[in-house]
Write a protein that binds this ligand. Structure first.
Ligand SMILES: Nc1ncnc2c1ncn2[C@@H]1O[C@H](COP(=O)(O)OP(=O)(O)O)[C@@H](O)[C@H]1O
Ligand SMILES: [Mg+2]
Length: 286
C-alpha cells in the first residue's frame, strides 16, 4: 500500500501539558490520509477538529504520538517549512486571512515568501485565481468583495503555494448558500485535479461530498467510513446529538414506516430516483 500523505499515530494533545492533570483536547488519534482523497471531518464545537487540523501542518506539535507528513515528522523543526508548503490551510473567517490591498498581491504573498521566481509567481497567481474563478477580480480591493469571493481569494492564496494537501477549517461556515456553493465547487475541482482535500464542516450535507467521513467527539474519532457507512448509523449520530443529511433523515423515517424503503439514501437525486421507481412500480404514473 502507498505511504499516506498524512499519518497520525497515537496522537494526544493538551494545550497545557505542564500542569499536574492536563486536559486532553485530542486522545489517541490514529488516522491515515491518502493522496487524492477528499476527507471530511465533522463533530460538535470543541470536539477537537481544529486542534487536529493544526497538527497537520505543524502549527501544533503533539503531546503524545507522532504525525508524519509525506514521511516528515512534524516534531522536527527542520521539517516545518517543507511541511507548510506541502499542507495548506484555509480558515473560517476570510477577513483574517487577507494581507494585501489588491487581490493578486494577496494571492502572491504566500508563494513570494517561499522564494518563488517572478515569472513562476505570475503563473501561479493566474492559475490559482482561475481555479476559484476570480481572475476578473485580480485588481480589485479584497475588502470590497463578498464573503464568498474573499474566501475564494483565501483559497487561491493557499493554492498558489501548490500544496499537496489543502485543509479547509469550516471555510464555508460564514458564507451564504451561494458563497458556500462557490467554495465547494472550487474544492471539488481541486480534488479532481489531484489535490488532497481535508474539509472540516458542521454542515452534514457537505460531508456527503467526501470520499470518507471522520466523526470526532471529545477529542476522539468515534466513527469513520464512507458517507453512506457513517450516516447510516442514524441512531448513533442522534445519540451524539449530531444530525444526518436531511435526505437521510427523511429516508430513515420512511424506512421505519415501510421496511422496504432504503434507509441509506444520501442525496436528493437518490431519494428522487427511489420515489419515482416506486411510483412507476405501482403504475401510478399517467
Ligand atoms: N488555544 C487554546 N487554548 C486552550 N484550549 C483550547 C485552545 N483552542 C481550543 N481549545 C480547547 O480544545 C478543545 C478542542 O477545541 P477545537 O479543536 O477548537 O474544537 P473544534 O474545532 O472541534 O470546535 C476544546 O475543549 C477547546 O476549548
Ligand atoms: Mg474548529
Amino acid at each position: 500500500m502507498t505511504e499516506p500523505v498524512i499519518r497520525v499515530e497515537g496522537v494526544g494533545f493538551s494545550y497545557s501539558s505542564d500542569v499536574p492533570s492536563p486536559v486532553f483536547a485530542l486522545k489517541d488519534i490514529n488516522l491515515e490520509i491518502y493522496a487524492g482523497e477528499y476527507l471530511v471531518i465533522v463533530g460538535h464545537n470543541g470536539s477537537g477538529k481544529s486542534t487536529l487540523a493544526k497538527h497537520f501542518n505543524a502549527l501544533l506539535s503533539p503531546t503524545q504520538g507522532d504525525i508524519w507528513v509525506t514521511g516528515m515528522n512534524t516534531r522536527d523543526g527542520n521539517n516545518t517549512l517543507a511541511i507548510r508548503s506541502t499542507v495548506g490551510m484555509v480558515f473560517q473567517i476570510p477577513d483574517n486571512q487577507i494581507v494585501a490591498t489588491v487581490v493578486e498581491e494577496d494571492v502572491a504573498f504566500g508563494p513570494a515568501n517561499l522564494g518563488v521566481s517572478e515569472q513562476e509567481l505570475r503563473e501561479r497567481v493566474e492559475w490559482a485565481l482561475g481555479v476559484v474563478d476570480m481572475l476578473a477580480f485580480r485588481e480589485r480591493a479584497p475588502h470590497l468583495l463578498s464573503a464568498g469571493q474573499k474566501q475564494r481569494v483565501a483559497i487561491a492564496g493557499a493554492m498558489a503555494m501548490k500544496p499537496q494537501v489543502l485543509i479547509l477549517d469550516e471555510s464555508t461556515s460564514m458564507l451564504d448558500p451561494t458563497g458556500r456553493e462557490e467554495v465547494l465547487s472550487a474544492m471539488r475541482y481541486l480534488n479532481q485535479e489531484g489535490t488532497t482535500i481535508v474539509a472540516i464542516t458542521h454542515f452534514m450535507h457537505e460531508a456527503v461530498e467526501g470520499d470518507r467521513v471522520v466523526v470526532m467527539e471529545e477529542g476522539q474519532i468515534v466513527s469513520a467510513g464512507s458517507p453512506r457507512e457513517v450516516f447510516c448509523q442514524v441512531e448513533k449520530l442522534r445519540e451524539m446529538h449530531l444530525g444526518v443529511p436531511q435526505v437521510t433523515e427523511l429516508a430513515y423515517a420512511l424506512h421505519q414506516r415501510d421496511a422496504t424503503f432504503p434507509a441509506d439514501l444520501l442525496t436528493v437525486e437518490e431519494l428522487e430516483n427511489e420515489v419515482l421507481r416506486r411510483v412507476s412500480l405501482k403504475g401510478v404514473v399517467a
